[in-house]
Design a protein around this ligand. Structure first.
Ligand code: NAD
Length: 330
């Protein structure tokens, strides 16, 4: 069924997921297609890091349309967004440290993408955007638990700067062109189908050499790791429960684990004995210059709307590692 042929009373349930073949995006596809109320889901993805197998189990679902295209193709994007009620925007450069060698990447594959998307929304009349921002917007606040309206935010990576710029651009479009938006500053998201991240890297390294593990920094970096199912639930909860025209939410578990603790979990999942694996730290308090070693997110705002996480950081990580191990063995 073509997206434009839908009935008016279906309004509200036609979603386009930009970056929908990626790690987080594919879980939105699962969640939305599990809901019989969902009328249509369109995945718009250039498959640069997205994978066919992430969404291929829905191939027989008539409600799913897959558009293999790039967000830089403005005409195709405009056509694709038209007829949808909600944009879920996830497309971005996934390699945060890539900007060290390619300083323009987060502007090109981050800020420009959101600019093209809000413009497509303005032209097509699609009003609601759910945007995957990130905790990188804050910069380095150490042990301070940051709130969404934190004063003195100064991103220290081009990734964080791009996310912050995108939030501001979306805010302006909400005011000027009647869009409504929820922006989500996720902690680190983990779960099945991950194609990047610290657990994924450790597991892959240990498969090559199970006797030693290179760890960036001093291993004391400490952050929240949220299961992708809790992340999707948070976004959908804010989508349906927040009444603001534009609102930003921190989304995290409220507990934290260190990189060395993650390494221990990876060993446990890989069935390796700690005595037989040498941890080789690169030193310094952070993995690379734009890394924020300690992240503390206050999540009262989304919890006050009624959301809560099912998994702690360690539980989320353990589940994610089990799934990754099975995927790497497949
Ligand atoms: N994974 C995390 O821990 C985390 C944390 C905070 C925020 N985020 C944000 O959530 C979003 C999704 O992250 P993810 O981990 O699923 O990453 P991902 O790389 O798995 O997904 C991104 C998807 O976007 C697609 N894409 C990228 N550039 C595109 C372009 N120009 N045109 C069309 N498609 C394009 C990719 O092919 C991929 O399918 C990103 O914006 C990321 O910054 C992720």
């Amino acid at each position: 069924m073509g997206i434009r042929a839908l009935m008016a009373d279906d309004a509200g349930s036609r979603f386009i997921i930009i970056g929908g073949a990626g790690f987080i995006g594919s879980h939105f596809v699962d969640h939305l297609l599990d809901d019989p109320e969902t009328v249509a889901v369109t995945v718009y993805d250039n498959f640069s890091s997205g994978q066919d197998w992430h969404i291929s189990h829905h191939a027989d679902d008539q409600r799913l349309t897959i558009i293999r295209a790039d967000v830089h193709e403005q005409d195709r994007l405009n056509d694709a967004v038209s007829g949808h009620d909600v944009v879920i925007q996830l497309a971005a450069n996934p390699d945060i440290a890539a900007a060290v060698a390619d300083p323009d990447i987060d502007f090109r594959e981050g800020t420009v993408l959101v600019r093209n998307i809000v413009e497509a929304m303005r032209l097509s009349g699609c009003q609601r955007i759910l945007y995957a921002s990130g905790s990188g917007v804050y910069g380095d606040f150490g042990e301070t638990e940051v709130i969404e309206d934190q004063g003195g935010m100064r991103p220290i990576s081009t990734y964080g700067a791009s996310k912050y710029a995108c939030e501001h651009l979306i805010s302006a479009y909400c005011h000027m062109f009647d869009l409504t938006a929820r922006c989500f500053r996720f902690g680190n998201v983990v779960g099945p189908r991950q194609t990047h991240g610290v657990g994924y890297d450790f597991l892959r390294k240990l498969r090559i050499d199970p006797t030693q593990l290179a760890i960036l920094g001093d291993g004391q970096q400490s952050k929240s790791y949220i299961h992708v199912s809790d992340t999707v639930a948070a976004v959908m909860h804010a989508h349906t429960h927040s009444t603001e025209g534009f609102e930003v939410f921190n989304v995290a578990t409220g507990d934290y684990i260190t990189v060395t603790e993650i390494a221990d979990l990876v060993l446990e999942c890989a069935g390796l004995d700690r005595q037989n694996v040498n941890y080789v730290y690169s030193g310094g308090d952070r993995g690379w210059k734009g890394d924020v070693p300690v992240v503390r997110l206050n999540t009262s705002r989304i919890r006050n709307l009624g959301w809560s996480n099912r998994y702690s950081s360690a539980e989320a990580f353990r589940q994610s590692l089990m799934a990754l191990r099975d995927e790497l063995n497949a």
